[in-house]
Design a protein around this ligand. Structure first.
Ligand code: MN3
Length: 295
């Protein structure tokens, strides 16, 4: 089962201006083939379906714990998409076509389907698919797939970074580049424990270090790239049997931190009356507050 903390994994800066086309590009990192929905659901189902976890506990602990972190990653990418869409339209009568910008933006779905919030889909508006989940039941093959998935995810993050200079998008990408590299390293080390092969020698893929990206560099300087957060009050402790030893970056040891990162607040999304979202007048909201308070 899951507990939930009402915070994002990092503090997201607030955008100065709306940027609907950056929001559309960022969707790839949420619901694309290599997006956070894919990492989340691959590791989640692999942890649900894991055989003999009484005998192979450190490996299941590692996969299950990373899966939980990924749940917070879809939350962070969704918050980024939402932030990039704030202020894209202004309230007006329908005959004034207040949503006109929607027809000229890359994602009409953001304006028609979701009232200017995240879509469970990719940068072209195609829905995320369960067919992106690979769970063969063979531990080495599943770990090898996860290593590949993290490398593909890193490539796509870097390409989206190269598409937009938007500081909100880049802050999120900088952090997730670092976290994705932690996960690629973790799966590489798990394969190393089982087979002896030095997977982390392949990293980074593509061959450009995270320190080249200013938004990632600051997290590396804080040691985030050597840290695996344990997202459970008491469980998944045996992942420390895999996540230990010197970091492949050569700047210290790998560490397990008990508990989540400090993170930042979940931004409040303003009402969008021209989208009828949330669809209550100021008077109705005030009346509801009175009712809920019991007065
Ligand atoms: Mn991730």
């Amino acid at each position: 089962m899951y507990l939930r903390i009402d915070r994002l994994q990092i503090e997201l800066p607030m955008p100065k201006d709306p940027d609907p086309n950056a929001a559309a590009a960022v969707q790839e990192l949420l619901g694309g083939r290599f997006g956070e929905m894919s990492t989340l659901m691959n590791y989640t189902y692999q942890s649900f379906n894991f055989r003999a976890h009484d005998k192979l506990k450190p490996f299941r602990d590692l996969i299950a714990n990373i899966a939980t972190e990924e749940l917070g990653h879809i939350e962070l990418v969704a918050a980024t998409v939402n932030s990039l869409l704030v202020g894209a339209t202004q309230p007006a009568d329908p005959e004034e076509a207040p949503l006109a910008i929607g027809k000229d933006s890359r994602s009409t779905a953001h304006f028609i389907a979701t009232a200017q919030t995240a879509l469970v889909g990719d940068s072209m508006g195609s829905f995320w698919s369960g067919s992106y989940v690979f769970n063969s039941g063979n531990l080495v093959l599943d770990l090898l797939h996860n290593f590949f998935l993290e490398c593909g995810a890193r490539l796509h993050k870097i390409r989206v970074y190269e598409m937009t200079k938007n500081p909100v998008a880049r802050e999120m990408i900088g952090y997730l580049l670092v976290r994705g590299s932690v996960h690629a390293t973790a799966y590489g080390k798990a394969l190393e424990v089982i087979t002896g092969v030095n997977m982390t020698k392949l990293l980074p893929i593509p061959n450009i270090p995270n320190s080249k990206f200013p938004e990632a560099r600051k997290y590396e300087e804080a040691g985030v790239h050597r840290t695996l957060y344990r997202f459970s009050p008491d469980d998944y402790r045996d992942l420390a049997q895999i996540w230990r030893g010197p970091a492949p970056t050569g700047d210290g040891d790998l560490v397990v931190v008990d508990g989540p990162p400090a993170g930042g607040p979940v931004p409040v999304l303003p009402e969008v009356p021209e989208e009828f979202a949330p669809g209550l007048t100021a008077e109705e909201i005030a009346e509801l507050a009175r009712k809920l308070a019991g007065s």
